[in-house]
Ligand binder design. Sequence first.
Ligand code: NAP
Length: 293
Amino acid sequence: MTARIIDGAKVAADMRAELKEHVAELKKQGIVPGLGVILVGQDPASNSYVTAKERACAEIGIYSDDNRLPAQTSQKDLIALIKKMNADPKINGILVQLPLPKHLIEDQVLMTISPDKDVDGFHPTNVGRMVVGEKAFLPCTPHGVIQLLIRSSVTIDGSHVVIVGRSNIVGKPLANMLIQKSPTGNATVTICHTRTKNLAFHTKQADIVIAAAGKPNTITADMIKPGAVVIDVGVNRIEDSTKKSGYRLVGDVDFENVKEKASLITPVPGGVGPMTITMLLYNTVESAKRNAE
Ligand code: NAP
């Protein structure tokens, strides 16, 4: 069996087209969704993520308030800016690009963002709401994974999902979303990590394997059952002298071999990646809608 490839860029483009229509509807009511963006320092990767997020906002009609601050910005000034954005009715969502420079206290910064504008879904209030199944801003990457599954007609309800990785931004929230008593949940979930004994024993039983370990070749073909759905969240740089940059991006899954055994699989790049920014746009539009209500 050769797997069908899930085209994350196509799913993301479809969702962005839908969001663009929602934004146009809101504009007819005089509402322009706004995203406040804060980047501290000049890290090239963070700079390009922020630029991509702002470009995506512009494409669907979201206003973005761009704030590129010097690396030496103080905790006090950063917190003051977030508080100003919390009070600004033009801003529906606040994005602080991580990681922050070492002298800044990340937890304190993220806790300052109003839970009503926390479009990354990292604030403990939103995490708590998500866990108890209340309306919350869902974190973008896990929510993007669920949208990819739904829009690829994968049955989550009743499936056994094995997640490799237990981070606060991917593994843990994803597991929580998948066990919710809801049409997009109802899965039986196993979470694996570096202290898991015999990872393959678990992954071989999965209807859906989700890899979020941050290590190439964590999932190989002998570790999945025939016909499984495989979602690769990992993004790893490996050296490649044939590339101008000297590297290429790979996921956590041995894509070439696993695709011969799986029924559906996401590539890297072009799988989960394009969904993450899309879900940030989704949360910003949702926030604007909630405000309008
Ligand atoms: P992280 O904080 O480093 O967490 C990695 C998790 O994987 C940890 O729980 C770790 O276990 C577990 N793990 C690592 N190696 C393992 C192994 N060999 N067997 C079993 N478990 C293993 O990483 P993250 O922030 O969740 O990100 C994971 C990957 O997703 C990274 O490659 C990241 O770049 C990528 N990512 C992509 C997107 C996107 O938009 N596409 C967004 C976010 C993250 P312990 O807890 O025991 O250490």
